[in-house]
Design a protein around this ligand. Sequence first.
Ligand SMILES: Cc1cc2nc3c(=O)[nH]c(=O)nc-3n(C[C@H](O)[C@H](O)[C@H](O)COP(=O)(O)OP(=O)(O)OC[C@H]3O[C@@H](n4cnc5c(N)ncnc54)[C@H](O)[C@@H]3O)c2cc1C
Length: 292
Amino acid sequence: MRSDPKDYELVAAGSLQAAVGLLAQTPGEWLPIAGGTDIMVQYAAGKLSSRKLVSIWNVAELRRIEVLPDEIRVGAGCTYTDIREHAVIGREFPMLASAAGWTGGIANQNRGTIGGNIVNASPAADSLPALLVYDAELILVSVRGERRLPYAGFHTDYKKTRLSPDELIQSVCLPRRLSGYICHARKVGSRNAQAISKVCIAALGRVSGKMVEDVRIALGSVAPVPLRLRATEQLVRGKAIDESLVSSARKTAMAEISPIDDIRSTAKYRAAVAGNLVVEFLNLLNVNGKKA
Ligand SMILES: Cc1cc2nc3c(=O)[nH]c(=O)nc-3n(C[C@H](O)[C@H](O)[C@H](O)COP(=O)(O)OP(=O)(O)OC[C@H]3O[C@@H](n4cnc5c(N)ncnc54)[C@H](O)[C@@H]3O)c2cc1C
């Protein structure tokens, strides 16, 4: 059934304090709306979970990007455009900048926020594999104070998160210690623009000659939540890249995911693409190792 605007209440918070104050009054009653690019789709489909919306769009405390000596703190209200245009993010976290650049079209990038992408909790969300491999941490805020937790584990199941109803994500912290790694990010979809991923990868690695010193691989759209491929990483770490290792890595990666059939793709296709993306990444590491 279509939604009737008269049934909804929308208030602009204006400040972070006002927003969390409202959420604390009756937790679960007010739904934060940032860019609205996911919420308005739910609204149009008559599937919005709440009739009371508190806008956190342009709340200054959520919109800043702070460059600190050990980490970069990206405000949850930063848009994809803010992210892909930020020089330090582009240089040190290129996979996040790339994901921002291929999320929807330009209009979507001007409105959609990183906080909205995380809380919307789609397994196909483009920025989330990068957050996993960069070891991102989240700062959550409520009237009770702040808490900081690793992004890994924030999504507990399909569309489920560890966010309490009275909390907002304030910022996403990206440690700078991994910024020298070789990276590989790719989105496989029906086309480059305006397409949800069938599978996406973000991977980081460090090689010495043929030897893989460290490796971190995450995939989207292959499980109920964005997934770190721990078994594949363990298999590859500390080994020399050769044909047999690449073949085992492909098999291990395909075994540790649980893709589904849906309107965008089939489980079989997703598994094959996931294997190919892991192989592509290992080949890239190998080429870089030979150059070093
Ligand atoms: C045409 C179109 C194309 C798209 N293409 C892509 C794509 O290619 N890749 C992709 O990953 N996504 C895509 N999306 C989805 C969407 O744009 C993103 O998920 C976006 O990041 C959502 O951010 P938002 O600010 O618009 O969230 P909103 O719609 O405002 O909110 C989404 C959810 O997050 C919550 N929320 C928002 N901010 C916070 C916060 N700081 N703290 C706590 N809760 C919060 C809201 O309460 C809501 O539950 C597309 C959407 C559209 C309409």
